[in-house]
Design a protein around this ligand. Structure first.
Ligand code: B1H
Length: 840
């Protein structure tokens, strides 16, 4: 091993070995000790658990770096076509465990730590996860990065390095309390800052027409503010491949320590204030899931990361000698919802104003570059920006959008002559009251592909929210059903199930999830079913212990684990689940000796801090739990547990223990859902409505292995049209009436009838999400669930068949579909060289 070159040897011959790359247990131990000493600056006796975690993280990162650099080098040399996945959220989850799995060194590292007297499990627990997302949309982006790397597809994730991610949730007196998430406070070993690739972003000011040096008139944008973006890179390693792609997140900083104009005029404090304003851009993630806030800072975040990323892409092209005319051949930009859709006018601006292209040239490139994924039909989540706000921050972009709109409306006029109402409906500018830019429409016009995230969702997009655009551009529309990565949500999170699978069908399924089908051959084997139950029991026992130690609540390991874990939102109907709990409780109170299948109801999830009704539902769950868990008549047959601070890390503990998965959104409201897939993949059986990807899960697992309930989307629409009267359901169904009356009377609120009054009024008043209409079907289906659970053999078969038939829901399948259908991108193999060449 030679570290330093002697004088006669060129630097490129230097071998960077072997403590940073070796995988033997001895080398891993030595590297770990080295990192503890030289990076953390600690010796074992005084090292904290975090120091040990950091030393291990650096040891693993070193082993990743060679793959990362080889990958970058290969892509650069080949100027490979690349997917740029632009997303305001990446909900990555902890990195250490996943990297160990994907590197294939989990067992060696486990052993090495053991030999050093350390416990790998404890070190994994130590990692603070980057919660840079709200829920499904952000986690989907993370699953897609894992699949892209695993499938060896050149790709870059572009987003924001929020200093504060999604808030940490505490529960006080049954209410949600938010605590700021200081995920960076102990340091982040997985990222590398790249200050040399910083870029500047302009904001505000005005535009002017001026002649250039040749006398041609041109638009100049004179901003009143410039912000600097610094990229921070995280390697994304594929599963047992040499590919390590990059997640590039932008941090905002002031251009100078002091704003020079303000400084010149002697306004020192004003200048420092400007610095804070710039840095605020990447300060905090907006904590809303499925609702747009319309705040100025949010628009600043969007243009900030999008502009940084586009300039980064032009830098990459220049470095590979690819002319800008070939932008659409070099990159496809996937827009994760409309949050990055200002990229469309920003690319136009870059090409026209900064690279002197004509409008037609620039528009030709833009239309071939972008692809748009829609994730929601909820009207409150569709982004629109008031023209006044938009024009103040992005005057040049607004001009460009007006021009896109003029040309687009001409096109509409050509295709649909004499249809004024259509022009009004389709205009990128909403002029019905205060004027707005409609971002979803902009994304449709500026993209060559528009996709929904589950079959039903795509169908509803075409029929409803984007119907006019479907008529205008039918060829752009397509479906890409979401998926999840089996690496994180099986291999890492459910080692017991993996071991059992390994013994029967090997490990091929990790890369080809359809291989799980082979399990069907064992469903009739009583010994296998016994092992399956045994496994589930052990996992449940772990969760029982966890609940005991964190909440003090005793849970019966033999009860059915009935779980609803997802963001709190009225359309997801956690309160319908509560009505079922209250109904069971009422039955017990009416007849304490009634035969009841014991159940543990577990809830997890956060509510947006400003979403009052969602927070009240959390309070209701905790209040019902307080009564039910303590009532001696219940005799431990029912338990209600709210598990606070649901996160990726926590999700990984919970999914494997689930037996019943609650997926009960109002039909037509949940675009896809991905939690539904994670539960089923881990052997839970779904009780669900015909909504989102539930429809396709039902199709795959078969109706006999799925508990279907509730109205269909058509029935929901029809009932709305006919005039929905929630009160009538309440009056006619004595169990429903009793459940509602219990809440309304103050039974769960120390006699206070006012606490839950807003909730009760909502349900009996307009009941937007039709809980009253679906109550009876839900309760009857739950009764079937209870029956089925008593037949332990039947239940076990259902569980096995659910796992066996989940092949479709791997994010590898989703990503392959994207690649083949419209990304038109091929895998690039990465050779792992024995040493890294340093360029002298
Ligand atoms: C989804 C969002 C979302 N859809 C606005 N829309 C946001 C909208 O901060 N905002 O403004 C944040 C998030 N999130 C989810 O996407 C859908 O509800 C799920 O059904 C779907 O599975 C997931 C991934 O496609």
């Amino acid at each position: 091993m030679q570290i330093l070159p002697n004088s006669s040897e060129p630097l490129k011959e230097v071998r960077v070995e072997d403590d940073r790359t070796g995988l033997s247990i001895e080398t891993l131990k030595r590297a770990f000790a080295d990192n503890l000493f030289y990076i953390q600056g600690k010796f074992p006796e005084i090292a904290s658990r975090n120091d040990f975690y950091m030393a291990l993280a650096y040891t693993v990162r070193d082993r990743l770096l060679r793959r990362w650099l080889n990958t970058a080098e290969t892509y650069t040399r080949n100027a490979s076509r690349t997917v740029a996945y632009m997303s305001a959220e990446f909900l990555m989850g902890p990195q250490l465990g996943n990297n160990l799995i994907n590197l294939g060194i989990y067992d060696q590292v486990n052993q090495a730590m053991k030999e050093l007297g350390l416990d790998l499990e404890e070190l994994l627990e130590e990692e603070e996860e980057p919660g840079l997302g709200n829920g499904g949309l952000g986690r989907l982006a993370a699953c897609y990065l894992d699949s892209l790397a695993t499938l060896e597809i050149p790709s870059l994730g572009y987003g924001i390095r929020y200093e504060f991610g999604i808030f940490e949730q505490d529960i006080k007196d049954g209410w949600q309390v938010e605590i700021t998430d200081k995920w960076l406070s102990a340091g982040n070993p997985w990222e590398l800052p790249r200050p040399e690739w910083s870029v500047e972003v302009k904001l505000g000011g005005h535009t002017e027409m001026r002649a250039d040096e040749h006398g041609h008139f041109k638009v100049y944008w004179l901003p009143d503010k410039i912000v600097k973006g610094i990229p921070y890179d995280t390697p994304i390693l594929g599963y047992k491949t040499n590919t390590a792609n990059t997640l590039r997140l932008w941090k905002a900083e002031a251009v100078e320590s002091f704003d020079f104009y303000a400084f010149d005029s002697g306004d020192y404090l004003g200048a420092v204030h400007q610095k804070t304003v710039s840095e605020n851009i990447s300060k905090v993630l907006y904590p809303n899931d499925n609702s747009a806030q319309g705040k100025e800072l949010r628009l600043a975040q969007q243009i900030f990361f999008v502009s940084c990323s586009l300039k980064d892409m032009t830098r990459i092209m220049a470095g590979q000698n690819v002319p800008l005319e070939q932008f659409a051949d070099k990159f496809v930009i996937q827009l994760n919802d409309t949050h990055p859709s200002v990229a469309i006018p920003e690319l136009m601006r870059l090409l026209i104003d900064e690279h002197n292209m004509t409008w037609d040239q620039a528009w030709g490139i833009t239309k071939k570059t972008f692809a748009y994924t829609n994730h929601t039909l909820l009207p409150e989540a569709l982004e629109r920006w008031p023209i006044s706000l938009f024009g103040r921050m992005l005057p040049r972009h607004l001009e460009i959008i007006y021009e896109i709109n003029n040309r687009f409306l001409d096109e509409v006029r050509m295709k649909f002559p004499d249809d004024v109402d259509r022009l009004r409906r389709m205009s990128l500018i909403d002029e019905s009251g205060e004027r707005y830019v409609r971002m979803a429409f902009l994304a449709c016009v500026g993209s060559y592909s528009i996709n929904g995230v589950a079959a039903l969702h795509t169908e509803l997009l075409q029929k409803d929210v984007l119907h006019d655009f479907y008529e205008m551009y039918p060829e752009k529309f397509n479906n890409k059903t979401n998926g999840i990565t089996p690496r994180r949500f099986m291999v890492l999170s459910n080692p017991r199930l993996c071991k059992l699978l390994h013994s029967k069908i090997g490990d091929e399924w990790v890369k080809n999830l359809y291989e799980l089908r082979k399990l069907e051959g064992f469903v009739d084997d009583p010994e296998f079913r016994h092992q399956w139950r045994q496994m589930k029991q052990e996992i449940k026992q772990d969760v029982v212990d966890y609940i005991k130690s964190t909440t003090g609540i005793n849970v019966n390991v033999n009860s059915m684990f009935d779980i609803q874990a997802k963001r709190f939102h009225e359309y997801k109907r956690q309160h319908l689940n509560v009505l079922h709990i209250i109904t069971l409780y009422n039955r017990i109170k009416a007849n304490p000796n009634i035969e009841i299948t014991p159940r543990t109801f577990l809830f997890g999830g956060k509510a947006a801090p400003g979403y009052y009704m969602a927070k009240l539902i959390i309070k209701l769950i905790n209040s019902v739990g307080d009564i039910v868990n303590r009532d001696p008549d219940v005799r431990d047959r029912l338990k209600v547990v709210f598990l606070k601070d649901f996160s990726v890390k926590f999700a990984q503990k919970i999914y494997p223990a689930a037996e019943l998965s609650e997926q009960i959104s109002t039909a037509g409201k949940e675009a896809s859902g991905t939690g539904n897939m994670k539960f089923a993949l881990n052997g839970a059986i779904t009780i669900g409505t015909l909504d989102g990807a539930n429809v396709e899960i039902l199709e795959e697992v078969g109706a006999e292995n799925f508990f279907l309930c509730g109205l269909t989307t058509e029935e929901v629409y029809a009932l709305k049209a006919k005039g929905y009267k929630p009160w009538e359901y309440y009056k006619k169904d004595p169990e429903l009436k009793l459940a509602i009356d219990r809440i309304a009377s103050g039974f769960f609120s120390h006699g206070d009838p006012n606490l839950f009054k807003p909730l009760v009024d909502h349900l009996l008043g307009n009941d937007q999400y039709m809980l009253m209409a679906d109550y009876r079907s839900y309760i009857d289906t739950q009764d079937e669930v209870s029956q089925a659970y008593r037949d332990i053999d039947r239940w076990t078969r259902m569980s096995i068949l659910n796992v066996a038939r989940m092949g479709k829901f791997s994010s590898d399948r989703s990503i392959r579909d994207y690649c083949e259908d419209f990304w038109k991108i091929q895998p690039v193999k990465i050779d792992l060289k024995q040493y890294v060449e340093a360029t002298a």
